[in-house]
Design a protein around this ligand. Structure first.
Ligand code: PLP
Length: 398
């Protein structure tokens, strides 16, 4: 008798990855208080917000100080200027999005869980693995069945649907966390064609789109037909350093319908019921990011992260270590040398060179034997870490 909690939580695996890393690092630091540690494990950014965003945030705070410029509740789906700014950002790459298809959010993580409200729990999720852990956990919490499509060196960490792939709700993340792999337009088109043929819906996580170079797609809406099968979830966290400031956006096309129900209209209903909008101040900061000046400034931050990635990749190249990613993503996914397991490799790096990375096994069983390095750190620290890594790898290999 009494209240019944959500029993699906019993089906969650312990979320031990970052907890275990911080515990092991803390223990090591207690034993070796004089040794510096070099952090290549974090998915958090280190550069401050760009000046355009800071100016706009300050101005918006001042607006709230005067009755004439004060703003109370903002529209739940986003203030029109923010929605238009995001639509304008897509238009720069030739993608037409109606501002009413853009929904403001407080970040991609929140949205990845909340958006599941749109789908009946009987529709299973297909998740490509290794994967950002939130995809699995949010689905399990909701009681949704999950199946996996595994990525590995054999498919360059870019799994594709086959004749036997059975999917209704599909998670794709490109550029990928943790592997750094990016689908090309042809591959994304194949996923979109598959989803349209099946009546499936793709949840496309574009959190790292700002790192994409050249002709590779930033958005699933660069393909033909995505408007009838895809939702794109994005955030200013990695694009513009908003990890601690919190702002994101989600694109749900008006043409996206299933079973006679319109998913854009459903999300309007959801947001107007379950939220009271996102801070006026933050949205003003976000609008400034999408101006010419803001985009120029965030590109400079991304350039610094990319330089870090370059330094790390050079170190791995000189040591003859195989890796993926790094070019169109802030993550480098390296093969652990000599067939080492990923947690053993974590221990080795911590003990021998005080470099902290992320064991691939934490992103799913098929991540075993791989290791994630992040380029989000401080450039000087990254250079030192890269040198130490290169020397150790040469020693280990023999
Ligand atoms: N999606 C991916 C693939 C991520 O790696 C992250 C954060 O690391 C997020 C979403 C969450 O981003 P946000 O800070 O917007 O919640």
């Amino acid at each position: 008798m009494g209240l019944k909690p959500n029993g699906n939580y019993k089906n969650l695996k312990d979320s031990y990855l970052f907890f275990r890393i911080s515990k092991q690092v803390a223990a090591y630091r207690t034993e070796h208080p004089d040794l510096p540690v070099y952090r290549l494990g974090i998915g958090d950014v280190s550069r401050p917000l760009c000046d355009a965003a800071i100016q706009a945030l300050h101005a918006a705070v001042d607006d709230q100080a005067e009755a004439k410029t004060f703003h109370g509740y903002t529209p739940e789906c986003g203030i029109p200027e923010f929605r238009s700014a995001v639509a304008g950002y897509y238009a720069r790459r030739g993608v037409t999005i109606d501002p009413e298809e853009v929904f403001v959010s407080s970040g991609a993580s929140d949205e990845l869980g909340d958006i599941l409200d749109l789908f009946d729990v009987s529709s299973p999720a297909l998740i490509t693995q290794p994967a950002y852990p939130a995809y699995v956990d949010a689905s399990v919490m909701a009681g949704r069945k999950v199946s996996y499509l595994t990525a590995g060196p054999e498919n360059d960490f870019l799994p594709m649907p086959g004749d036997d792939t059975d999917a209704e709700l599909i998670y794709l993340c490109s550029p990928n966390n943790p592997t750094g792999a990016v689908y090309n337009l042809e591959q994304l088109q194949a996923w979109v064609d598959y989803a349209n043929a099946r009546g499936a819906v793709i949840l496309f996580d574009a959190a790292y789109e700002a790192f994409v170079e050249g002709d590779l797609p930033h958005s699933i809406f660069e393909t033909k037909g995505a408007e009838t099968c895809a939702i794109e979830i994005c955030s200013l966290s990695k694009t513009a350093g908003f990890t601690g400031t919190r702002l994101g956006y989600t694109v749900i096309p008006k043409a996206l319908e299933r079973d006679g129900m319109n998913l854009n209209a459903m999300w309007v209903r959801n947001r107007t019921t379950k939220t009271n909008g996102i801070s006026y101040i933050l949205q003003k900061g976000g609008i400034a990011v999408f101006t010419d000046e803001g985009l120029e400034q965030i590109r400079e931050n991304i350039r610094i992260y990319k330089q870090n990635a370059q330094v790390l990749m050079q170190a791995l190249d000189s040591a003859g270590i195989r890796y993926w990613g790094g070019k169109n993503a802030p993550y480098i996914w390296m093969q652990c040398p000599g067939g080492m397991k990923s947690w053993d490799f974590f221990d080795l790096l911590l003990k021998e060179i005080q470099v902290i990375g992320t064991p691939g096994e934490g992103f799913g069983a098929c991540g075993e034997g791989f290791f994630r390095l992040s380029s989000f750190g401080d450039p000087e620290e990254t250079k030192t870490a890269a040198q130490r890594l290169q020397q150790l790898m040469l020693r280990v290999k023999g």
